[in-house]
Design a protein around this ligand. Structure first.
Ligand code: 5GP
Ligand code: MG
Ligand code: MG
Length: 177
C-alpha cells in the first residue's frame, strides 16, 4: 500500500467544477448531435458526473487505451485495447479524460477521430498538469490545473487501487520514497 499524503482537490471543488463544465458543454453543443467518449478506466467517475450536468440527450461510449512505459508515465505510443462501437461519422465527439499529463494520449486520439470523420473532435478533462505537457493540444474544457504530483482518486489509480476515493489525493509513489 502507498501512503496517501494529502487531499489536493476536494469533493466540493470537483462537484462545482463539473457543474460548470457541464453548463459550458450544454451551451456550446445545444442543437447538435454529441457523443461523449470516456477513456477507461480513469474517466469513468468523471463521465458519470459530467453527463448528468448536460441538459440535452447525448450518446455515450467508452474506449480503453494503453501506453507502453512505466505505470506513471506515457511513452506516446498507444494501443487501443477496447474501441467504441458507435458510428461517429458526422457527429460531434467530445473525448472525456481524467487527467492530461504529457498530452500524447489525447493528441493521438484526436488524430484518430479526425480520420474517422467526426464532425468535430474536442477534449474535456477534469484535471490537467500543464507543466508536464509535451504535445501542444488544445483543451477545450479544462477542469482544474494541478502541479506535477502523482495523484489518485476520482477515477485515478495507483496499481488499480484508490479509484473509488471521492476526492483527489497526492500519493507517495515508489520513486519518491
Ligand atoms: P498523457 O497525457 O501523458 O498521455 O497521459 C495521461 C494519462 O496518464 C492519464 O489519463 C492517466 O491515466 C495517467 N496519469 C498521468 N498522470 C497521472 C497521475 O498523477 N496519477 C494517475 N493515477 N495517473 C496519471
Ligand atoms: Mg486517463
Ligand atoms: Mg492508471
Amino acid at each position: 500500500m502507498k501512503e496517501l499524503r494529502k487531499v489536493l482537490v476536494s469533493k466540493a471543488q470537483l462537484e462545482s467544477r463539473v457543474k460548470e463544465l457541464g453548463a459550458a458543454i450544454s451551451r456550446d453543443y445545444e442543437g447538435k448531435e454529441l457523443v461523449l467518449i470516456g477513456i477507461l478506466k480513469g474517466a469513468a467517475v468523471f463521465m458519470a458526473d459530467l453527463m448528468r450536468e448536460i441538459t440535452f440527450p447525448v450518446a455515450i461510449d467508452y474506449m480503453s487505451v494503453s501506453s507502453y512505459g512505466s505505470s506513471s508515465t506515457t511513452s506516446g505510443v498507444i494501443t487501443i485495447k477496447q474501441d467504441i462501437n458507435t458510428d461517429i461519422r458526422g457527429k460531434h465527439v467530445l473525448l472525456v479524460e481524467d487527467l492530461i499529463d504529457t498530452g500524447l494520449t489525447l493528441q493521438h486520439l484526436g488524430q484518430l477521430f479526425a480520420l474517422r470523420e467526426a464532425a468535430s473532435v474536442s477534449i474535456c478533462t477534469i484535471l490537467s498538469k500543464p507543466s508536464r505537457r509535451l504535445a501542444d493540444i488544445p483543451i477545450d474544457y479544462c477542469g482544474i490545473e494541478i502541479p506535477d504530483e502523482f495523484v489518485v482518486g476520482y477515477g485515478l489509480d495507483y496499481a488499480e487501487q484508490y479509484r473509488n476515493l471521492p476526492e483527489v489525493w497526492i500519493v507517495e509513489t515508489e520513486e519518491q520514497q
